[in-house]
Structures are given as structure tokens and as C-alpha cells.
Design a protein around this ligand. Sequence first.
Ligand SMILES: Cc1cc2nc3c(=O)[nH]c(=O)nc-3n(C[C@H](O)[C@H](O)[C@H](O)COP(=O)(O)OP(=O)(O)OC[C@H]3O[C@@H](n4cnc5c(N)ncnc54)[C@H](O)[C@@H]3O)c2cc1C
Length: 296
Amino acid sequence: MTDDTLALALRSIQGVVRTQFALAPLTHVRIGGPAEFFVEPWSERDVATVVRACKDLDVPLHVLGGGSNVLIPDEGVRGVVMQLASLNRIVRDGDRVTAGAGVSLATLMRGVRTEGLAGLEQLCGIPAHVGGAVAMNAGTKDGETFDTLVSLTVVDADGEIRVLGKDDFHPSYRNGGLGDQIVVHATFELREDSPKAIYDRFEASLKARNASQPVTERSLGCVFTNPGTGSAGQLIEAAGCKLMHEGGVSVSGKHANYFVNDGTGTAADFRRLMDRVVARVKQDAHVELTAEIKLW
Ligand SMILES: Cc1cc2nc3c(=O)[nH]c(=O)nc-3n(C[C@H](O)[C@H](O)[C@H](O)COP(=O)(O)OP(=O)(O)OC[C@H]3O[C@@H](n4cnc5c(N)ncnc54)[C@H](O)[C@@H]3O)c2cc1C
């Protein structure tokens, strides 16, 4: 495969195609090198075309959502990075709401609140796109993305567009169980409530989040999954890792499971800090922490 063959295949889609495209600005933590090819398809059919082209040419394909949970290497990403930001429509049908994978949760929240539809409050403040929230089964102690999900339109690994029910998936903690499938639309079943009551719950949830997390800083959210018992943040704090740093990345003083970038941090710094924290927690608590973030 030459770059020209791939470029030619990608040229047949409607949408944006770029080469050597900077990814760091598309991530919440502002870290990472460029994508060899970056594509933003305009329709689910174009998504399917990209999947088939990458499969036929044996090119690696990564899907980027809101970039709030992926650590992109400093040297960049080989192959294609596809972001679905153009799949950004929200449609209401009774109590059901269908959102494109590229809709930000913040936009979806504003929309459902105005419509007087409740049930997504547990996701308030998570800086994700709908596709990323489904892929990660994002959530909080109050609930998860799959709680109100009823169906998904996906593009499978062969480039086929399929509509699947919630029961076709086996989501678990921070894992939607999608495998190779790419979410293009998600439908949620909500319930009517007053916009004021919904707004009040959003407010309460954001207030609690702001009090306990470094929401104004550049991070990837929780770096490690909570082990069977207890919280990863508490283990990291108990091991004395708060404010530990590598280059421009440090363990947050507000929430020890968040690593924050002061603007000069690199993926190498981030990974070195992860290794040190894992070693310290293992020594201190005999627990092996595992990454919740996606390491590309
Ligand atoms: C400040 C902050 C607070 C956070 N708080 C929470 C929280 O309370 N709860 C929580 O669960 N998480 C939280 N996170 C983590 C993060 O927001 C979630 O994991 C979120 O689901 C990631 O969504 P994203 O759209 O940013 O996806 P990305 O980070 O871009 O991608 C994450 C994974 O999803 C895959 N993906 C993305 N889009 C698609 C798609 N359309 N189809 C298939 N796969 C796809 C990617 O390939 C990648 O593997 C937080 C992060 C930050 C920075």
C-alpha cells in the first residue's frame, strides 16, 4: 500500500481529508502528535467507505470522539484517524432521542433539558461525544450511558451499517463492549420532567464535580480504573503520589486519579508518571492499577 492508494480511496468520500493533521488540539489533555491521515466523514455511508478502504488496504484505523480519554503518542498515529464530528444531529421522537456520534454530551444535555426530557443527568459534565460515551459506557456513581440507551446504529468491521438493540451488547464498567464496531447514532429512551427540575439536577451534579475534580485543567479524567475494592484515587493518594510529576504532567492535588498537563507535557511524560504511580501503589498497597485511559 502506498500513501497515494489510500489518499485516492479516501478521496471518494464526502467529508474532510487531511494529512499530517495535528491531533493534540482535539484532545482534552492537549497532548500527542499528528495523524498520518485524518478524516471527518459527513455521513454514515462515508464512515462505511472509510472502514472498507482501511480494511482492504490493511491500514490501521482509529476513531476519535471528544478526545477526553485517549493518550496519543508524541510521534503521532500511523494510518487513519477518523472523527465523527459532522454526525451532529439530534432528533426527538416522543420520549426517544437519537443523537449522532459527534454530538457533544454538553449539547445533548442542553437539548434534552430544554425539551423537558430527563434520564441523562448521570452523564452531566463528562466532556465526551456521544460515540465516545457509548464506547466507554461513560458514567458516574449515579449511572452509566447504557442505562437509558435503547439502540445503536453502528458500522461494523466489514463496513456494513447495522441497527442493533441494547441487548446485542454486553456493557461493563467503562466499556460499552462494542469490539470493532463504530457508533454512528445512539437512541436513548428518556422520560418527561420539568426543565427546571432537570436543570437543578444538572447544577447539583456539576457542583459536586467541580468540588472534587480539577475540571478547569487539561487532563484525561481518571487515569486508572477502580480496582475491585476501593478507589484508585484513594490508593494513589495513600501512596503519597499527589503532586508527583514528570516533565509537564503531574498528579493532581485535587484528585489523585487525574494527571494534569501544565501545557508543556508530553505523552512520554504521562506514561513515565503512570509507571511511577503504578509502582508506588503496588509497593504501598499490593494492588496493580490498570489504565482506564486508552493508550494509542
Ligand atoms: C475532566 C474529565 C472528566 C471526566 N469525567 C468522567 C466521568 O465522570 N465518567 C466517565 O466515565 N468518564 C469521564 N471522563 C473520561 C471520558 O470523558 C470518557 O471516557 C468519555 O466516554 C470519552 O469520550 P470521548 O468522546 O472523549 O472519546 P475519546 O476519548 O475520543 O475516545 C475514547 C474511546 O472511545 C472510542 N470511540 C470514540 N468514538 C467512538 C465511536 N463513535 N465509535 C466507537 N468507538 C469510539 C475511541 O476509539 C477510544 O477507544 C472524564 C474525562 C475528563 C477529561
